[in-house]
Design a protein around this ligand. Structure first.
Ligand code: SF4
Length: 102
C-alpha cells in the first residue's frame, strides 16, 4: 500500500480509501469481513460521512478550510481528467454538513 503524507497533520494516509455508503446494507458479518480485509490491506482512510457518523462531522468541522470556502471559481472543474463536477460536489458537501444530516 502506498501512503501520502497529510502536510498539515503529518499523518500517513493510504492512497486507496474505502467508501462505506453501501456497507450499511450488508449483512453484519460481511461488513465486518470487508472492513477487516481493507484494514489488513493497509487502508487507513474510511469515508464515513454518508452513514451519518458524528466523528466525520467533527473532523469536517475541524478542518482549517472546508467546502464552505469554495468560491465556485471553476478551476478544478476545468482541470479534472474525469470530468468530475467538483463545484457541485462542494456545494453538496456544504449543504450535507450544514443541514445536520451527518
Ligand atoms: S471551484 Fe474548485 S478550485 Fe475553485 S474554490 Fe471551489 S474547490 Fe477550489
Amino acid at each position: 500500500m502506498k501512503y501520502r503524507e497529510n502536510r498539515r497533520t503529518g499523518d500517513k494516509i493510504s492512497e486507496i480509501g474505502m467508501g462505506t455508503a453501501y456497507i450499511v446494507e450488508a449483512e453484519r458479518s460481511e461488513a465486518v469481513k470487508t472492513v477487516r480485509h481493507a484494514y489488513e490491506s493497509g487502508i487507513n482512510y474510511y469515508d464515513l460521512a454518508r452513514i451519518g457518523d458524528e466523528m466525520a462531522r467533527e473532523h469536517y468541522l475541524a478542518l482549517e478550510k472546508n467546502a464552505s470556502d469554495c468560491v465556485s471559481c471553476g478551476h478544478c472543474n476545468s482541470r479534472c481528467p474525469f470530468s468530475v463536477d467538483q463545484m457541485n460536489l462542494m456545494q453538496e458537501i456544504k449543504e450535507f454538513f450544514s443541514n445536520g444530516a451527518a
